[in-house]
Design a protein around this ligand. Structure first.
Ligand code: ZN
Length: 359
């Protein structure tokens, strides 16, 4: 968006052709651009502008067949002209929709206003950004207290690395202004697996990310991987990993009341009802390629098993293993603050994508 003559020019870049129509609404004054469905690239659905008569620009999916851009106005602007430019392979320009907005007296603006439809509920609301748009991420650094989790041959403990990483990830997420973070632990203390699940649910988290690093006998095995809950393990290694992670309570000396840890079949049934399982799988599906951009991945990097910490029936939950402490290169990489930062940014990218079309 930029000034153009007396008015304001808005350029929307697109990867394909769309149909569009522009109209004005009052109370408050805004211009609306309806497009045939598009997939937004920008993670933030509300852009604060605060100049040239434009307060902010919101965009999102209005109906299944319509994507909508709303320009909230500080001054009366009407659509002066609209141009559609085809993509140009030579200059590498994408498809562009160019809208020139012209300042007019308020009465002239009102003359163009449509009869007002009901407020589009799916769109982000007017500023300030309401708390409901700030997503709450539950971060769960594994292990803690008496339970070190995996330990490298050099004595590096999983519980330490994952807490360091979770704090760094918290900063990366919160710096965007799009997320707040609740941590199941922010110190070296024991937290039961079921307590972690209850924490995510009670805090109203939109997703739970449980953070771990792995260790296996074969020192060549390396890379990141992402896990979701399933009654049947996807493979023997994952079943073994789930057994190890589920033993955390015993390692930490926590008594687990049986009635608080429902049968995985029952949890899965209720998750299926609520679509939670599908959302966890979607999130895992976004995390794997994002992590793969910055770190090696294990084969078949999205795996499933009965992880107790993933049993919140109403909070999409994934367990991320950042790498293997049993592998020298992975252990070295995880010591690097730059590598951990790259992993955190990759997770942010996946989470952003996930909330573009939230489950
Ligand atoms: Zn672990």
């Amino acid at each position: 968006m930029d000034r153009y003559g007396d008015g304001t020019r808005l350029v929307v870049e697109l990867t394909g052709a769309v149909d569009f129509q522009v109209f004005a609404l009052a109370g408050p004054e805004r211009l609306v651009i309806d497009l045939s469905p598009v997939r937004w690239v920008l993670p933030d659905r509300t852009l604060t502008i605060g100049r040239d008569g434009v307060a902010q620009i919101r965009f999102g999916q209005f109906r299944p067949d319509t994507s909508r851009i709303v320009i909230d106005l500080d001054l009366p602007l009407i659509l002066g002209s609209a141009q559609w430019l085809e993509a140009d392979a030579v200059s590498r320009n994408p498809y562009r929709l160019i809208l020139d907005l012209a300042p007019v007296p308020a009465s002239a603006f009102l003359a163009t206003v449509r009869v007002q439809p009901p407020d589009p509920a799916p769109l982000p609301r007017l500023r300030p950004l309401p708390p409901s748009l700030v997503r709450l991420i539950a971060l769960d650094p594994g292990h803690g207290g008496r339970d070190p989790g995996a330990v490298s041959s050099g004595g590096v403990q999983e519980k330490v690395i994952v807490l360091t990483f979770a704090r760094e990830l918290r900063d990366v997420l919160q710096e965007t202004g799009r997320y707040s973070v609740a941590m199941t632990r922010d110190s070296d203390r024991k937290v039961g697996l079921w307590q972690r699940v209850a924490f995510a649910r009670n805090s109203g988290a939109d997703v739970l990310l449980s953070i771990h690093v792995d260790r296996v006998h074969d020192r060549r095995v390396h890379g990141a991987s992402v896990y979701t809950l399933s009654e049947e393990a996807s493979d023997a290694e994952t079943a073994e990993l789930a057994r190890f992670e589920n033993k955390a309570d015993i390692a930490a000396g926590i008594e687990v009341p049986e009635q608080l840890d429902p049968d995985v079949a029952a949890v899965l049934a209720s998750m299926e009802q609520q679509g939670t399982m599908n959302c966890s799988v979607v999130l895992a599906g976004l995390l794997v390629p994002a992590l793969g951009d910055v770190a090696p991945l294990v084969n078949r990097s999205h795996r499933m098993a009965e992880f107790r910490v993933l049993k919140a029936p109403d909070v999409p939950s994934v367990l991320i293993e950042l790498g293997f402490l049993s592998n020298e290169q992975d252990a070295e990489r995880l010591k690097s603050v730059n590598h951990r930062r790259a992993l955190a940014v990759a997770i942010l990218k996946a989470v952003d994508e996930y909330f573009l079309e939230p489950c």
